[in-house]
Design a protein around this ligand. Structure first.
Ligand code: SF4
Length: 523
């Protein structure tokens, strides 16, 4: 029979149930690491950084033997004045009496929670409308993320599903066309980690540049070469786009039918999607217009609306045609008449031609009447300026959530219950329905240079979760790391390994609601 003897426990082992000691910094993996080096623990790469140098991502450096996050944390300040974009060391100022509902700490430059059991670097208590709030701030390392790019253009960029290449590597694909725009899906885990090392490296560099509002040169297989930059006009085959189409050919007919009435006998709006023919279209019939006898090439969809009049391209109305008459098959001699006035125009008004039928019913170019030219110019006026819009789409998974709470699913549930606002660099993030925290945000609303990378490869993006302090407690938040804003402003992050040493003030973007006191943008 074994005899059990009560002891004080085995030496060197923690008491049963005790929380293991969490080292702020792991012991170096290589015990023979040179004495002037330190190991960065901020991502799985674990760079060993010599004094005075930075790690592989350029975001962390060894400064006098201390690992620091080299960029300042971006803080938004609502109050007017005192915003000079200045960088201020945390140590340089005592705790300030800044009104706490006028300051928001963003994740840009804040450092990370990696290796993921650590509380977020900034868990900031502040007030909004007299309510105690808390904002959990971190830089997420995203492998599962992509950019959805909307390119306002009338031109054909390439076939749906075609590969999009950057520096020769496949970095995404052409997605669906939307009204006046072509969508691209760029980046994503498949290209980041599923292909060659070079594919992953080029993909992550392209993503960082896109997110940081820089231009990116892309080639679409079997299609166009484009330059995309958030908030700028796209450049297609070397030509800067100006206008988004006012609508398809059918819509353009409908919108301007009454204005054409009496000024033209027939109007054809050339478009690679739906080419419209005024007298056959319901709009022309409602105006009781006389049929013109025109015969259009292409597949008739419904009266006055034709599909596939030409191949897609960069010519008239996003087709490959330079001569609009090439889509006219002929005229019904029983219906058409000499002197018939025909306008051919594209959906942006960039191309137009005025023609009059001669005695043999052949359309002959003629000077366009002023009143008709005015309508063509109005079509152009109604086209919105072409823009490239870049949306970051990322899945904030379990690891990142652990920086907020010890029970990560409670954070997800609280967001879905509209108790937690999610922002990226202070910009409102749309939260997708369904499982997980999948967020989407317009990079144009985020501070400049919000995105970084690590060589795993993955994208680094800021993310903030704001909620009532009581709700934070209820979801199992790291209450012991909640610190008042004044203390954060004076001291910086709660940890000292890889922490930022300075802060930078920025005014909030006028397009964004103030992040505190807002419900999330739930899908
Ligand atoms: S890549 Fe950057 S974050 Fe990762 S270990 Fe190296 S320095 Fe640290």
């Amino acid at each position: 029979m074994t005899e059990h003897t009560k002891t004080d426990g085995l030496p060197g082992l923690p008491e049963a149930g005790a929380v293991p000691q969490v080292l702020e910094k792991a012991r170096p993996r290589n015990e023979r690491m040179a004495g002037n080096k330190i190991e960065c623990n901020a991502c799985p790469v674990l760079c060993q950084i010599t004094e005075g140098k930075s790690g592989a991502c350029d975001r962390y450096a060894n400064v006098d033997g201390v690992l620091v996050r080299v960029d300042p944390v971006i803080l938004l300040r609502r109050s007017a004045g005192r915003i000079g974009d200045e960088v201020v060391a945390f140590e340089a100022l005592p705790a300030t009496d800044e009104p706490s509902d006028a300051v928001f700490v963003t994740g840009v430059g804040s450092s990370t929670t990696y290796p993921d059991y650590k509380p977020a670097p900034f868990i900031v208590a502040s007030q909004a409308d007299g309510v105690d709030m808390v904002t959990v701030v971190t830089e997420g390392i995203f492998s599962y993320c992509s950019f959805k790019v909307k390119i306002d253009t009338d031109r054909w960029l390439g076939p749906e599903q075609a590969n999009v290449r950057c520096k020769g590597e496949v970095v995404g694909h052409v997605s669906t066309a939307e009204y006046g725009s072509q969508m691209l899906s760029l980046g994503g885990v498949h290209h980041l980690t599923g292909g060659s090392k070079k594919e992953g490296r080029v993909t992550v560099e392209m993503m960082q540049a896109l997110g940081n509002k820089q231009p990116v040169d892309l080639t679409i297989e079997g299609g166009a070469q484009i330059v995309v930059q958030a908030g700028r006009a796209p450049i297609v085959n070397g030509v800067e786009e100006e206008r988004m189409r006012v609508g398809c050919g059918s819509a353009t007919i409908g919108i301007f039918a009454k204005q054409f009435y009496g000024r033209a006998d027939e109007v054809v709006v050339v478009d690679d999607h739906i080419t419209g023919v005024l007298t056959e279209h319901q709009a022309g019939r409602c105006l009781d217009m006389r049929p013109s006898g025109i015969r259009i090439r292409g597949r008739k969809s419904t009266p006055g609306r034709y599909f596939q009049v030409a191949n897609p391209g960069t010519g008239w109305g996003g087709t490959d045609i330079a001569d609009p008459l090439s889509i006219i098959e002929g005229w019904d001699p029983e219906v058409a008449w000499p002197g018939l006035r025909l306008l051919m125009v594209s959906t942006t008004g960039e191309h137009s031609q005025w023609l009059v039928l001669d005695d043999a019913l052949v359309p002959r170019p003629a000077p366009m009447p002023e009143a008709v030219a005015a309508i063509v110019s109005r079509i152009g006026e109604n086209c919105e300026p072409s823009l490239a819009t870049v949306l970051f789409l990322g899945g904030a998974g379990g690891s990142l959530r652990a920086g907020v709470t010890e029970n990560p699913v409670l954070l997800t549930r609280s967001i879905k219950q509209a108790m937690v606002n999610v922002t990226c660099g202070g910009a409102p993030a749309y939260v997708w329905p369904g499982g997980g925290i999948t967020v989407m945000v317009d990079v144009a609303r985020m501070p400049d240079n919000s995105f970084g990378t690590v060589p795993t490869p993955a994208l680094v993006a800021p993310i903030e979760f704001s909620m009532r302090l009581d709700d934070y407690r209820a979801l199992g938040g790291h209450m012991e790391h909640v610190r008042p804003l004044a203390q954060v402003l004076a001291e910086g992050a709660w940890h000292h390994d890889g922490a930022p040493t300075a802060r930078r003030w920025l005014p909030p973007s006028a397009a964004n609601p103030w992040p505190l006191g807002q419900a999330p943008l739930l899908g």
